[in-house]
Design a protein around this ligand. Structure first.
Ligand code: NAP
Length: 534
């Protein structure tokens, strides 16, 4: 093993210590250490990251629990200021993030910079959501004391924060779904303290971002404990958080096995809590014959780009493609040419690379499946783009063909339109489903669209699933097992509602109501009053 001393680029305030962030203090460095490994060359990076002791984990949760009563009462504008301060601190650290992030994940620096920009954008979007106030879903029904046969009470409701949230960082989004990513931003926005379980693949990136959040938190005079980051393993530190009575919700992105373990642990608590887990999805794509006849080469190019972007390590990677029998050959020929020439790419870590090799070897062994592979063999740590082809009949008979191959691999299933509809019906819940067709074809395939809508959180017309817009109307969620539930999104401002619950005040005096529900509407937020939006 070669150890390298990681040098932070100039222009950063972060000293790499390799210890957890427990409120405004740092943990001790005496626990078992884990090191980031550069997946491109196997180099082990300093510093070692010490697992926190049980007492340190308890301290982080206890600080979060005592911060909650103070933090939940901060005003929306104070929290918006806090989110904007975090964004500014991360922006100031972008060079350090890009350098360390690229070394830890094998992703290009340009991707890390882009993802940092998305992370900053997300934080600012949640700040604008707070400025606007409509996320609260404030509702007022005024009293009708003389209503017959019984008086109608004055009832006012809005969303209130749940309490401390445990956030598990994603391996494949070291920024946008990690320390200060979408789960953290949405929980902090609504008034919940956050305890992050860092991902073991990118601990240094986590440390740089965590330092930025802590600086912002101190500058905004947020209560200590509003934010902590813990290193250590999921099964130990992560599970302790999920089972802790003071933790009230969980955000997670990762494997089905990991997400399901957290869901089961949360459900088995004396007080069960919600786990918002984004797990596995193969994101089916359908290409109808008319559009294939018009532009098979362009569709092959678009599919290839979507499949290989980020070495296929996106939750929205298109892992399944349905083509109608008789229409497929020009498309498959064009795609085969692209796959043959494709360069393998460095995968996020050795475990993910091994899982990709296992999943693709398993797919190649299935009955009735043929394989189209890159002619460029992958080196250590790399994944090569790959396509598998089978009939709809084989697909329908073999559930193994629906398993996620996390990486740049996809299965093409060929059959009649009826078989494609039956195969879509048989799929488990998905984050996305995409359909390509001419206007006439789309109009004529209402049945298929209806099936896709029941199976997925987002339906994409004449496009590909990778590239998730962060905005007010995005749904990045889907029926189980793509997520733990499918009634929420983890991307976009609708994600905030996951960490809040509705509370109603009945016949409350004006002075005891939150400002958002007072008659005078001092914060000028949008509300529903007696059934009318105003
Ligand atoms: P992961 O293994 O699920 O790990 C994610 C986080 O959860 C890590 O912090 C991990 O802790 C923790 N964890 C995992 N299993 C746990 C358990 N049983 N109890 C408590 N905590 C647990 O995911 P990953 O490391 O990101 O990638 C592994 C595989 O997940 C990939 O090969 C891919 O198949 C899948 N994946 C899918 C998506 C998607 O969006 N569809 C995204 C990422 C990964 P440690 O730090 O101790 O490992």
């Amino acid at each position: 093993m070669t150890f390298i001393l990681y040098q932070l680029p100039v222009n950063t305030h972060t000293t790499m210590l390799g210890t957890s962030f427990i409120g405004y203090s740092r943990g001790l460095s005496t626990g078992p250490q884990a090191f980031a490994i550069n997946p491109a060359n196997g180099e082990v990076m300093e510093p070692g990251y010490a697992a926190p002791s049980s007492a340190e984990v308890e301290q982080a949760v206890s600080l979060a629990a005592s911060a909650f009563p103070v933090y939940r009462m901060t005003s929306a504008s104070e929290r918006a200021k806090f989110l904007r301060a975090i964004a500014a601190e991360i922006e100031a650290s972008v060079d350090a993030i890009a350098a360390r992030g690229a070394a830890e994940t094998g992703l290009p620096e340009a991707r890390l910079r882009g993802e940092t920009a998305r992370t900053i954008g997300q934080l600012r979007l949640f700040a604008t959501m707070l400025d606007d106030g409509s996320w609260l879903d404030a509702r007022i029904e005024t009293a009708i004391p003389d209503r017959q046969p019984i008086a109608k009470p004055d009832l006012r409701s809005m969303l209130r924060p749940l309490g401390p949230v445990a956030v598990f960082c994603a391996s494949n989004f070291p920024l946008a779904y990690s320390v200060a990513g979408g789960d953290t931003a949405s929980a902090l926005a609504v008034g919940c303290p956050v305890i992050v379980k860092a991902h073991s693949s990118h601990p240094g990136t986590a440390e740089i971002v965590a330092s930025a959040v802590v600086r912002a938190s101190q500058a905004c005079q947020m209560p200590e404990g509003v934010f902590s980051v813990l290193y250590g393993s999921g099964r130990d530190v992560g599970m302790t958080l999920v089972k802790h009575p003071s933790v009230k919700a969980v955000g997670f992105t990762g494997s089905f096995a990991g997400g399901r373990a957290l869901m089961d642990a949360a459900a088995a608590r004396p007080e069960p809590i919600p786990v918002y887990a984004e797990m596995s999805s193969i994101n089916p794509v359908v290409m109808l014959p008319g559009i294939l006849a018009e532009k098979s080469a362009a569709l092959a190019e678009g599919f290839f780009q979507s499949l290989t972007m980020g070495v296929g390590q996106f939750c929205t990677n298109p892992g399944l493609l349905f083509l109608q029998d008789g229409s497929q050959q020009p498309f498959i020929d064009a795609l085969t040419e692209l796959i043959h020439k494709a360069a393998p790419g460095v995968m996020l870590n050795a475990g993910i690379c091994q899982a990709y090799q296992d999943a693709t070897s398993n797919a190649a062994k299935q009955l009735g499946v043929t394989q189209i592979a890159s002619t460029n063999p992958p080196s250590n740590g790399q994944g090569a783009p790959m396509i598998f082809v089978c009939s709809a009949e084989s697909f329908l008979q073999n559930p193994a063909l629906t398993h996620e191959m996390f990486g740049p691999a996809s299965l093409i299933v060929i059959g009649s339109l009826d078989e494609i509809a039956a195969a879509a019906e048989a799929l488990e819940g998905q984050l996305t489903a995409s359909i390509h067709g001419t206007s006439a074809e789309l109009a004529a395939n209402g049945n298929l669209l209806e099936i896709l809508e029941r199976r997925a959180g987002r339906i994409i017309f004449n496009g590909f699933p990778t590239g998730v817009e962060v905005c007010h109307s995005m749904v990045h969620g889907g029926p189980y097992p793509s997520t733990s539930g499918g009634r929420s999104t983890s991307v976009g401002t609708m994600a905030a509602a996951r960490f809040a619950r509705a509370v109603a005040w009945q016949n409350a005096p004006q002075s005891l109501l939150p400002a958002e529900l007072q008659d005078a509407n001092p914060l000028s937020i949008p509300r529903m009053v007696d059934g009318k939006r105003c």
